[in-house]
Design a protein around this ligand. Structure first.
Ligand SMILES: [Zn+2]
Length: 76
């Protein structure tokens, strides 16, 4: 018989969605639903420091560019 607290834990885990958009998480991109959201989160994290100088919301396309640039640099 399953312990009630274990049941509650697993229930809570399943309920948690993508950290970016809240959609169901894809195993391949945990804890996100897709590569797109994973990249957006990475961009937010990387861009956070210098973004603090402006109060503008980071543009999604900009974040994707930034993440792509990071990937290219890493490949060298
Ligand atoms: Zn998502």
């Amino acid at each position: 018989m399953a312990d009630i607290s274990d049941f509650e834990k697993s229930k809570r885990k399943r309920k948690a969605g993508c950290a970016i958009c809240g959609k169901p998480i894809d195993k391949a991109f945990r804890p996100f639903c897709s590569e797109r959201c994973k990249t957006i989160d990475l961009g937010r994290w990387l861009g956070g420091e210098y973004r603090l100088q402006t109060n503008e919301e980071p543009d999604e396309a900009e974040l994707l560019d930034l993440a792509q640039a990071m990937e290219e640099r890493r490949e060298r």
